[in-house]
Ligand binder design. Structure first.
Ligand code: SGN
Ligand code: CA
Length: 528
């Protein structure tokens, strides 16, 4: 049984108390703190559903992430972001609002306005302890957390820097994914055990440039990863896709040294200096171990280089997949370590444990890496939850959910009021019931802003319904795309303006307009 939090309790605290009322207040508060569920929100970076075994078809196993859904939990099949990029995605999560409302539209120029209303602040007000450990990526100093320890910018995999609440930056020895987990467990150990809590565990894994824990260097080296069907896509009928700079085959996009670890001393590639900066953080013995391993691969490549462009692209793909898989393995192991702690410390039954990523990623689909586009691979993000007692939903959730829904969900679970201006919807009604609920949203809205910028993905906004997707690319381009996801799940066939789709197209335009009005996205100003 869950008790609902009564906000009036707080205001009654300001009144003079009789001994009896003081006693009953103390009893009520104690009961609430015991019963109100805790929340652990684990978010990785650039981890995608194609590389998570719970979603099927993954070439690698992720048993600990999967277990969150399997042990009293759910897996969301249609989990979307509102803007497929790190900072914006984090801002949507914290505020429950689309980018144009929370103000953080892109990584390059964004500075999160920490004075605005956020879900952690509201949870604090409701009596929750709040903590955040790991990647922050919102430029300003975190607000709304009783405790935080963050990475500068993208962070470092090896001997990483951390910024602490006094504003100081220091180096920690070890591998980042392990350290973030250690710090999370430390915080749980030392928290105020009388209060419910929300802990945000924000990993850098599996972000570029996929530097593995040295103990995992040899993992997956004998594995040949299957090429996605669309690896050789030539982007016919999709002008924005033709102009992107995120192609695995292109050495100016996927760098041979930085991304593929094909490097000999003295080599100079576009990103070789950045590569050395990250790897040279290792101390000398570890650095030797690192280079011994990758030097042997470089030597083998140079002795027998690929004969054709296609062969070379496939070689780059295999290297990328193997390193990404290693980094993901360490992430999964560490999620296992954290859930073991929860189980061993009596926290499993009354804690909502969420695992998600800041967005999806292309694993060679369309020939790409990176994200940004509103196509399925990067619009989707993995989402599984282990549910606290009282929430009965199990298995696969098919309703469409979005990262703006987390804030209202957590507030709802804590029994705190959900402010009117939050744009997401609480998922609690979905999670309380055993079955799908009849009426839910029938479309989600998306808007990506980071152009001009790295990877050259044009600005675009759009709508996705259960069956269709309509996208408008703008700024140095004015192109519409329409996909029938039932007939063309890989989004290869742009149907916009094609005969037979007039009615569908017209309806989607209307629905898109309706969402822009609902969310108050003044698109005309953007299009100027
Ligand atoms: C870095 C990466 C990009 C990546 C962005 C955004 N380049 O700039 O490849 O798209 O981050 O990623 S790198 O040369 O620095 O690795 S995000 O997940 O943080 O939004
Ligand atoms: Ca990311």
């Amino acid at each position: 049984m869950q008790t609902t939090f009564n906000p009036n309790l707080m205001s009654s605290m300001q009144r003079p108390f009789s001994l009896l009322s003081l006693f009953s207040l103390a009893v009520q508060l104690a009961a609430q703190s015991q019963e109100r569920p805790n929340i652990i929100y684990i978010m990785s970076d650039d981890h995608t559903a194609q590389m998570m075994s719970a979603y099927g078809n993954s070439p690698i196993a992720t048993p600990h992430m999967d277990a969150l859904a399997q042990e009293n939990g759910v897996r969301f099949q249609h989990s979307f972001v509102a803007n497929s990029l790190s900072g914006p995605s984090r801002a949507c999560m914290l505020t429950g609002k689309h980018s144009h409302k929370n103000g953080f539209t892109n990584n390059e120029h964004g500075v999160f306005d920490g004075s605005q209303q956020t879900m952690p602040k509201l949870l604090q007000k409701a009596g929750y302890q709040t903590a955040l450990i790991g990647k922050w990526h919102l430029a300003s100093t975190p607000t709304g957390f009783d405790h935080w320890e963050i990475l500068p910018g993208q962070g470092h995999y090896y001997n990483p820097d951390f910024i602490t609440m006094d504003g100081k930056q220091h180096v920690e020895k070890g591998y980042l994914t392990d350290i973030i987990t250690d710090k999370s467990i430390d915080w749980l150990e030392n928290r105020d055990k009388e209060k419910p809590f929300i802990l945000f565990v924000h990993h850098k894994a599996c972000h570029r440039d996929w530097l593995p824990d040295l103990k995992d260097l040899r993992l997956y080296e004998d594995k040949t990863f299957p090429l996605p069907e669309t690896f050789g896509d030539t982007w016919e009928g999709r002008v924005a896709a033709q102009q992107q700079e995120m192609s695995i085959a292109n050495d100016n996009h996927m760098d041979l040294a930085y991304d593929n670890k094909l490097y000999s001393p003295g080599d100079k590639t576009r990103l070789s200096d950045l590569y050395l900066y990250y790897v040279n953080r290792l101390d000398s013995a570890d650095r030797r171990r690192y280079f011994e391993f990758y030097d042997s691969l470089t030597l083998a490549y140079r002795e027998m280089p690929p004969k054709t462009d296609r062969e070379k692209a496939e070689w780059k793909f295999q290297r990328f997949m193997r390193d990404y898989a290693k980094v993901t393995r360490s992430l999964d192991d560490n999620i296992g370590r954290l859930t073991d702690y929860l189980k061993a410390n009596g926290l499993w039954d009354n804690t909502l444990v969420v695992y998600t990523s800041d967005q999806g990623f292309y694993m060679g689909e369309h020939g790409w890496f990176d994200k940004r586009f509103m196509y399925e691979e990067s619009l989707n993000t993995p989402l599984v939850m282990h549910l606290p007692k009282g929430l009965k939903r199990r298995g696969v959730v098919n309703e469409m959910v979005q990262n703006i829904d987390y804030a209202p969900t957590f507030l709802d679970l804590a029994g705190a009021p959900i402010p009117e201006d939050i744009q997401g919807r609480s998922l609690l009604p979905l999670l309380k019931r055993e079955k799908e609920i009849g009426r839910w949203r029938d479309a989600i809205y998306y808007h990506f802003y980071e152009y001009p910028a790295e990877h050259a993905v044009k600005r675009h906004y759009g709508i996705r319904t259960k069956r269709y997707k309509l996208i408008h690319f703008y700024r140095n381009i004015d192109v519409w795309e329409l996909y029938d996801l039932e007939k063309d799940p890989q989004e290869l066939n742009n149907l916009y303006g094609k005969p037979g789709y007039e009615r569908v197209q017209k309806k989607l335009h209307k629905q898109l307009r309706r969402l822009q009005v609902q969310y108050d996205d003044k698109i005309e100003e953007e299009l100027k």
